[in-house]
Design a protein around this ligand. Structure first.
Ligand code: TXE
Length: 481
């Protein structure tokens, strides 16, 4: 059985305790590899390597840093098939999705920030004849990047690309649930000639590896994506240490469908925003609010498409719904479905664990599930399920649907379907959300601010927002006289 290794100081190494964790293939419900069960000792080794690498890496020219990040991007594309298969096996997502979205986006993350630093401008402020100020942006030093299991390489590179491009060195921790592509990425970094110690990847459990990163006195910034409760723990440690914090947390996103929308486009996109990646995307629109006069029409069209989604072996090209990432997560989702039933929800589709015939019969599959008839403030409509479960709820006017949409503790993204742009702008202004998509979903320009409000997070990733997070500023004021 394959063992994967930490990537520290440019080498692939065992954890110091030589302890290992089982890594499951969720589509078949079996262990298929072992990952390091690292601890604080390994984090210390990683920090030391990053600290030693920082002076040279931060002094490289922008072009030198850009070139090596671009080389990594090129190697990701060159290894697209191997990385896509690894991602699908590790996460349970359809291979086609990994190949179309996850892995290409990981390459794009690297190349986007490789070029962003070449075109970054900085500020000056002139004080008439008195003086001129210029804003100096400097890398922070050694930073920590902690990423989740839903879009493993996509979100891992979304953090380390700007961190490295800005001249920092990194101690990174991918999710222990989906470590494989980060491991393969380590080898790509070696091949690309990334100097040793610039990036260090420590595999293992949150409390044993993530927490030592968060607690480390000399790791000055933490960029985290994951659950709100974990984000709360990280903030409790990092805030009193005055560390910079970027937290991308959970979501419970409203998908608002007005009667004056392009109904067919709203329906087909809503199927994607409901069930892509088995609903395991923080941006999924799991609360669908439909204006009453088109409720039945939307519901019939939506259900027709949902019931035609192919669920099963992620390696089959026709599969749209793969396995959930783990047995624990599947049980969590099934528990939420039970709660929805107990709350009087009317089950319109799905609702059960699914056992495909053949090699995936013991996999962690849940049918795409649709409920109606639940109140907007019941648990199912308030808590993040992070699985293939959505609710349909009618509304009669804008005030009512804004109240529904803003009623949760989250505020990550929202989708609005209407041809009336005055209404779209009105809604965008009133929605408590970091991102609003109008007549589309998951259309992404990497220069835009990405992040949420309320318990969906703190700070913004993307473009200059990410580069600003991973740098400190000094204002230099030079007198004329
Ligand atoms: O996240 P966790 P998980 C939500 C979703 C999911 C829940 C938990 O609801 O069910 O979060 O998912 C590391 N100190 N999202 O288990 O536990 C952990 O090892 C430092 C939304 O993936 O937060 C992993 O590398 N690190 C999210 C990373 O944190 C710790 C995407 C995320 O793990 C730690 C994924 C600690 N104490 C899940 N405990 C989104 N917004 O996209 C764990 N970790």
């Amino acid at each position: 059985m394959e063992k994967i290794y930490n990537y520290i100081n440019g080498d692939l190494v065992k954890p110091k305790e030589d302890a290992w964790l089982e890594n499951y293939n969720p589509a078949i419900g079996e262990v298929y590899s072992f990952i390091p069960d690292s601890d604080g000792q390994d984090v210390d080794s990683a920090y030391k390597a990053a600290q030693e690498a920082f002076p040279l890496w931060s002094k490289k020219t922008l072009k030198e840093r850009s070139d090596v990040l671009q080389k990594i991007a090129d190697l990701i594309i060159k290894n697209l098939d191997e990385l896509s298969l690894a991602e699908s096996i590790d996460n349970g997502k359809p291979l086609a999705l990994a190949k179309k979205v996850d892995i290409p986006r990981a390459a794009t993350n690297m190349s986007f920030f490789a070029t962003a630093i070449l075109h970054e401008n900085s500020d000056t402020h002139q004080m008439n004849q008195l003086a001129i100020n210029y804003t100096l942006r400097k890398p922070i030093g050694v930073v920590g990047c902690i990423s989740p299991w839903n879009l493993p390489l996509y979100l891992f590179t979304w953090k380390i690309a700007p961190a490295l491009a800005a001249g920092n060195t990194v101690v990174a921790k991918p999710s222990e649930v989906t470590p494989m592509t980060a491991y393969l990425f380590s080898k790509i970094c070696q091949e690309a000639g990334l100097p040793k110690g610039v990036l260090n990847i420590v595999h293992g459990l949150g409390p044993k590896v993530g927490e030592p990163i968060t607690k480390h006195a000399n790791i000055k910034a933490i960029s985290f994506t994951g659950g709100t409760e974990t984000g709360r723990k990280i903030a409790a440690i990092a805030a009193p240490m005055f560390k910079k914090l970027s937290l991308e947390l959970g979501g419970k996103n409203p998908n608002i469908v007005f009667a004056d929308c392009d109904l067919d486009k709203a329906v087909s996109t809503s199927v994607l925003s409901s069930f892509s990646n088995q609903g395991q995307i923080c941006l999924c629109g799991s609360r669908i609010f439909i204006e009453r006069k088109i409720y039945q029409d939307f519901k019939n069209k939506f259900l027709d498409k949902v019931q035609n989604l192919t669920i099963g072996d992620p390696l089959e090209n026709t599969t749209k719904i793969g396995a959930l990432v783990s047995n624990d997560h599947m049980q969590k989702v099934l528990n939420h479905i039970q709660i929805a039933n107990d709350d009087g929800g009317v089950l319109l589709s799905g609702g059960k664990q699914y056992a495909p015939e053949g090699r995936c019969e013991n996999g962690y599959f849940v049918e795409p599930t649709v409920f109606e008839g639940l109140s907007y403030n019941c648990a199912t409509n308030q808590e993040e399920i992070f699985g293939p479960v959505v609710t349909l709820t009618p509304f009669d006017n804008e005030d009512e649907v804004i109240n529904y949409a803003n009623s949760t503790k989250y505020g990550l993204s929202a989708t609005v379907w209407t041809k009336d742009l005055n209404k779209a702008n009105r809604m965008s202004h009133l929605l408590q959300s970091g991102i609003v998509w109008v007549n589309c979903w998951l259309v992404r320009d990497l220069r835009t601010p990405f992040g949420g409000v309320k318990e969906s997070g703190v700070g913004r990733e993307g473009g200059a927002y990410a580069l600003n997070f991973f740098t400190e500023t000094t204002n230099v004021c030079i007198s004329y006289d």
